[in-house]
Design a protein around this ligand. Structure first.
Ligand SMILES: Nc1nc2c(c(=O)[nH]1)N[C@H]1C(S)=C(S)[C@@H](COP(=O)(O)OP(=O)(O)OC[C@H]3O[C@@H](n4cnc5c(=O)[nH]c(N)nc54)[C@H](O)[C@@H]3O)O[C@H]1N2
Ligand SMILES: Nc1nc2c(c(=O)[nH]1)N[C@H]1C(S)=C(S)[C@@H](COP(=O)(O)OP(=O)(O)OC[C@H]3O[C@@H](n4cnc5c(=O)[nH]c(N)nc54)[C@H](O)[C@@H]3O)O[C@H]1N2
Ligand code: SF4
Ligand SMILES: [Mo]
Length: 685
């Protein structure tokens, strides 16, 4: 704690779904937070947070904040509520859940949550215990990274990578489907340092992003064609004997099957599919092997399509064939999610589950709510998520959310698009108001977030919400309900794993930021975490064989009169829909914008600033068209995710579908095909 006469500062952790998981410095005066900034003592933040979190005070006391339990009185989706009490809310919800379970069975109850607060308590502790105990439908939390996670596990056995701080020692860095200036801003000083020391940074992205411009070398391939590019490079290396035979012999497996799988992908054929020239592909194949160490830094953009898992597999193969893991800091960095060996079982208590309730993939929420299934979903409990804005096939989702026979409970901080559809809206606390422990999916620090403020009104943490719901549901006699937040953290840290040595509740009190006990020099999968099956080059056992890359020409060609492919990646000043209501972060009266290539605009007779409607068989939405050189012809760009309430009650997810990726059941947001029409006046499609 830093001190001056009246103000003092405490450590906090940014809870948002972002690679950086920033340590923050909260300055308090008379029990109010007066400033939030990046932690000056954290080795990665160096006192800097980001555009969004520098304005956090506005979010903390925002007019949209929900302060009391609210009961719906108007029609579903009208947003008409009256203030109620926790007692009344819990009694009514528990009674209705009980009725539903008696009539339809416990699988008629469905949780829906993702990463509103990434702390382990807020995202997966008491909530999981509650749903396990009642045997509710299990949610497959796939909306973000499931294809990549599954492919990564297939290849390497677990989701780990080199220490991100080692990137400064690399000779070659590939940013593959990642845009760190927007989504991982604390990587930028590290990349800049690497570049200043002579590293070559190559950006592989269909869009000319800010990161592509900053680092100069940009490979603008067609979206969804990464697996083809990576296979062609792998084949080229095999044919020219350019790969690291000794490394592959010692640590790899499945080379023969790999060679068979990549055989069709000659450089000319890959050039046709990727839209790159044969020279660019061959040149890239040579570039990747020069000036090691090589780090491939993949982002999630590369896997939000029907070939997403194959892309990750094929890119991973390059990290193995090049022997990049020989060097400390080299290899493939996508996620560190498995690097934190905490005791998930004690935290989430899968032992409370009886039997084997069905699973529903969250990408298919629309189908789950609006098409017949047995049992039907009769209760939806939403927390840490805003699916009315962020889930694909929004028409189906909104149709489901307006069902009068569906009990919808939303625990939220803000009156979001989803909260509008609720029967009950319950107020949720924000990060300075809750105790939590944070891991990261990028760096290797574990951090404590102490509670420094009382929540306003009657807001409660996620753990407290589920404790109250469990008690109202008749589980008050069971010990799992009564574990305090401190106990939950102590349980999570009960692990014999050497990486967590001395990281305990007590040491975290004095030192809230602690590095896992892994040497930055240790090489993943070589010095630790070596999978019994070796590093797998063997192709993925796809969930859906029809999705083998190359069998299906889409999304590489015009499809069914829908000539444009629409990409909807992350937006600089929001995190998905979070921050979408913080006025100072948004342009005044900012219009929903779609960026187009000027050749396409000319072809459609559009001027910069014209209004257009994008549509496909799923839905439609209105935008302002802007000419941009970020996109190539045939591509459209619109940053996600806006609040529906700011765009005719719908957003860009009107145009995205529920199809799953080739493996791992991931989302395919960036496979969206659309038509563009000048928009003059309202008319039915
Ligand atoms: N400011 C901000 N930060 C965020 C978020 C946010 O919304 N805003 N979201 C957070 C979340 S939830 C996540 S999951 C991460 C995601 O952050 P990233 O991992 O960076 O992923 P995306 O933003 O989805 O896309 C990154 C890039 O992939 C490109 N891309 C799209 N399709 C393809 C393709 O087929 N091939 C290739 N090679 N590239 C492609 C896009 O053009 C984009 O530039 O960021 C987190 N951080
Ligand atoms: N078109 C398109 N759609 C996308 C994507 C895309 O690239 N393109 N990306 C997808 C990806 S990668 C992701 S991860 C998803 C994210 O989708 P969501 O999980 O819906 O994420 P957010 O929009 O950030 O909404 C999180 C909500 O949780 C609330 N919240 C925050 N903290 C707490 C808390 O402690 N308790 C409770 N109860 N609530 C809290 C916030 O107020 C916010 O409304 O969106 C997906 N949607
Ligand atoms: S949103 Fe990301 S960059 Fe910004 S403070 Fe949070 S973790 Fe850091
Ligand atoms: Mo995500």
């Amino acid at each position: 704690m830093g001190q001056d006469l009246e103000n003092y500062s405490v450590h906090g952790v940014c809870p948002h779904d972002c690679y950086d998981t920033c340590g923050l410095e909260l300055t308090l005066s008379a029990k109010n937070i007066v400033r939030i900034r990046g932690d000056r003592n954290h080795p990665i933040m160096n006192g800097f947070a980001c555009l969004k979190v520098n304005r956090y005070l506005e979010r903390l006391s925002h007019g949209d904040r929900i302060l009391y339990p609210l009961r719906r009185t108007g029609p579903k989706g009208s947003g008409i509520f009256v203030r109620s009490s926790w007692a009344e809310a819990m009694e009514d919800i528990a009674w209705r859940l009980d009725q539903i379970i008696q009539e339809f069975g416990a699988e008629a109850v469905m949780p829906y949550s993702f990463s509103g607060n990434m702390g382990i308590l807020s995202s997966s502790s008491m909530d999981r215990r509650f749903f396990h105990r009642i045997n509710a439908t299990r949610l497959r939390r796939t909306i973000c990274s499931a294809a990549a996670d599954a492919a990564f596990k297939w290849v390497y056995g677990s989701r780990m990578g080199p220490d991100p701080q080692m990137i400064v020692h690399m000779g070659r860095i590939v940013l593959w489907g990642a845009n760190p200036i927007v989504t991982n801003v604390h990587q930028i000083p590290l990349l800049d340092k690497a570049a200043a020391q002579g590293a070559k940074i190559i950006v592989i992205d269909p869009l000319k992003t800010e990161s592509a411009v900053r680092y100069g070398v940009h490979i603008a391939l067609r979206p969804g064609s990464d697996a083809v590019l990576a296979m062609a490079i792998g084949r080229y290396w095999l044919k020219a004997s350019l790969f690291d035979v000794e490394f592959v012999d010692k640590f790899g497996s499945g080379l023969e099957e790999y060679a068979q799988a990549v055989e069709p992908w000659t450089v000319p054929r890959a050039a046709e599919i990727t839209g790159l020239s044969p020279f660019t592909i061959e040149n890239l194949a040579h570039e990747l092997l020069q000036d090691p160490p090589l780090l491939i830094r993949t982002g999630y953009g590369v896997q939000r399509n029907r070939y997403g898992a194959q892309a990750i597999w094929a890119i991973s193969a390059l990290s193995i064939l090049s022997g990049s893991y020989r060097y400390p800091g080299g290899g493939h960095l996508l996620s560190q999610s498995d690097a934190f060996p905490i005791n998930w079982d004690l935290l989430t208590r899968p032992d409370l589950l009886q039997g084997n309730p069905r699973e529903i993939n969250m990408v298919q929420l629309g189908n789950a709510l609006s098409s017949a299934r047995i049992p039907p979903v009769k209760a939806l409990i939403v927390y840490n998520a805003n699916p009315a804005a962020t889930a694909p096939d929004q028409s189906a989702v909104l149709r489901g959310l307006t069902r009068e026979d569906l009990l919808i409970v939303v625990h939220e901080q803000m009156m979001t698009d989803t909260a509008h559809y609720a029967d009950w809206v319950l107020p949720a606390a924000m990060f300075p108001e809750v105790l939590d422990l944070h891991l990261s999916y990028w760096h290797q620090y574990i951090q404590l977030n102490p509670k420094v403020l009382e929540p306003p009104g009657e807001a409660v943490s996620n753990t407290e919400f589920f404790r109250r719901l469990a008690q109202a549901s008749g589980f008050g006699q069971e010990s799992w309900v009564h574990d305090s937040d401190e106990t939950l953290i102590r349980q999570a840290l009960q692990s014999p794993h050497p990486w967590l040595r001395h990281i305990t509740w007590d040491t975290l009190q004095h030192n809230p930021v602690q590095r896992l006990k892994i040497s930055p020099q240790a090489r993943p999968f070589i010095d630790f975490g070596h999978p019994p099956h070796g590093l797998r080059l063997r192709p993925l056992p796809l969930d859906n064989d029809t999705q083998t890359v190359g069998d299906n020409p889409l999304p590489f060609q015009d499809g069914e009169g829908l000539p444009f492919q629409l990409l909807t990646p992350s937006k600089k000043n929001t995190i998905k829909s979070s921050f979408g209501n913080v006025e100072s972060l948004l342009e005044p009266k900012e219009d929903p914008t779609v960026y187009m290539h000027k050749r396409d605009m000319k072809h459609l007779n559009l001027q910069d600033g014209d209004r257009v409607r994008l549509f496909n068989t799923l839905g439609s939405a209105r935008f302002v068209a802007r000419a941009s050189d970020k996109v190539s012809p045939g591509l459209l760009l619109s940053y996600a995710v806006r609040w529906n309430r700011d765009q005719d009650g719908v957003n860009v997810n009107q145009l995205t579908g529920q199809e799953l990726s080739d493996y791992g059941g991931g989302a395919t947001f960036y496979d969206s095909r659309v038509r563009v029409e000048a928009y003059k006046q309202e008319k039915p499609l």
